[in-house]
Write a protein of this length. Structure first.
Lengths: 107, 118
């Protein structure tokens, strides 16, 4: 199975900050990576697929990059609605696997 | 608009069984590949398994922890996805989400809580 490792596990930031979350795969997954945002008690919401493609309706302050084994999710200017948990997911092979999640907290 | 609505969660004793359902609307269910994801309390997301559309073979794949205990099936006449869970263990306690898709997952249900406890 491909192991996905996110860092950091928790991130404290302020409104307006630039935030970067890293996701590393235990082997190459090409560009087959998605990012999700999840708020407490809610289902995850797809933000980005195929590493850098923005899902329809997602604000352009979210962006993704990377390839192979190292990927990043960047929020260019953190907004109050962005305080949430973020999960990466590989879909290069089965079983699909997720990172452990990154919680973005208010500083 | 795509909507997924799960049902069937609840409290069950270890060793027991439960069947979850998920109704899809706003998308042609017979063409859909569908995936179950779960999330244990306070934990990350875990892929449970996937079923292809019947036109693509209707085959299933499962995560190792649930293989041989869980079965994913579909009823295209009812636009409904199922997750039959047998021999439940305490570690199966989680919110179970049905999702549309196989790779990236653009649409999720609201989730249904399964608690396995004596």
């Amino acid at each position: 199975d491909i192991q996905m490792t996110q860092s950091p596990s928790t991130l404290s930031a302020s409104v307006g900050d630039r935030v970067t979350i890293t996701c590393r795969a235990s082997q190459s997954i090409s560009s087959w990576l998605a990012w999700y945002q999840q708020k407490p008690g809610k289902a995850p919401k797809l933000l980005i697929y195929k590493t850098s493609s923005l899902q329809s309706g997602v604000p352009s302050r979210f962006s993704g990059s990377g390839s192979g084994t190292e990927f990043t999710l960047t929020i260019s200017s953190l907004q109050p609605d962005d305080f949430a948990s973020y999960h990466c997911q590989q879909y290069n092979s089965y079983p699909r696997t997720f990172g452990q999640g990154t919680k973005v907290e208010i500083k | 608009e795509v909507q997924l609505v799960e049902s069937g969660g609840g409290l069950v004793k270890p060793g027991g069984s439960l069947r979850l359902s998920c109704v899809l609307s706003g998308f042609t269910f017979s063409n859909a590949w569908m995936t179950w994801i779960r999330q244990a309390p306070g934990k990350g997301l875990e892929w449970v398994g996937r079923i292809k559309s019947k036109v693509d073979g209707g085959t299933t794949d499962y995560a190792a922890p649930v293989k041989d205990r869980f079965t994913i099936s579909r009823d295209d006449s009812k636009n409904t996805l199922y997750l039959q869970m047998n021999s439940l263990k305490t570690e199966d306690t989680a919110v179970y989400y049905c999702t549309l898709g196989d790779g990236w997952l653009p649409s999720w249900g609201q989730g249904t809580l399964v608690t396995v406890s004596s």
